[in-house]
Design a protein around this ligand. Structure first.
Ligand SMILES: [Zn+2]
Length: 182
């Protein structure tokens, strides 16, 4: 059950990989990607509000058709009418769905809602131990902090690597082009 650190960093990585490397709004877009990566877990709010007696988690907000709609809403908000932007926003959102699908230990993710409510999961071996102590509030907080740091150690390098590869590669191609022009 990945936490917001992993989902946010993965959403930002998708944006870093797919957005044009020359765009001036990079940080704003990375933040948008991170928020999109976290957004599917807003269903916790529905559970908390006890709407329909709970049981929403990993439901419609985690479905691929819902991600396709979110991508459309995002290009409306950002007024970016192009396929690339649609794929970037949808990809950042759906990265959450796929990560949960691969590693969740719950009853699974409603990947194809509204067509079916069937829950799907791969249950790949999880690199992070997501169990935490319930002995006291302090112990719970320490365990959650440890999990967050572990996610940071695993997923932050992915984002850094994507940014480095993209910008390093693009600038080297540009430099080579300038060299040939001389
Ligand atoms: Zn989730």
């Amino acid at each position: 059950m990945p936490l917001p650190i992993a989902h946010g960093l993965l959403g930002a990585s998708v944006v870093a990989a797919l957005r044009p490397s020359s765009e001036p709004r990079t940080w704003k877009m990375l933040l948008t990607g991170a928020l999109l990566g976290i957004a599917p877990d807003s269903d916790y709010i529905l559970n908390w509000l006890r709407i329909s007696w709970g049981g929403w988690h990993h439901g419609f907000t985690h479905s691929i058709p819902f991600a396709l709609v979110i991508g459309f809403v995002m290009i409306l908000i950002f007024r970016e009418w192009n396929v690339r932007s649609y794929l970037v926003f949808t990809g950042a959102y759906v990265s959450h769905t796929l990560l949960d699908f691969m590693f969740t230990e719950s009853r699974g993710v409603a990947l194809w809602w509204p067509f079916t409510n069937h829950r799907y999961k791969l249950r790949l071996p999880n690199p992070i131990d997501y169990t935490w102590s319930h002995a006291s509030l302090l112990e719970t907080m320490l365990d959650v902090l440890k999990i967050c740091l572990t996610e940071l150690v695993i997923f932050a390098p992915i984002l850094v690597l994507v940014i480095w590869l993209k910008h390093g590669f693009v600038s080297s191609v540009r430099n080579r082009g300038q060299y040939h022009l001389r």
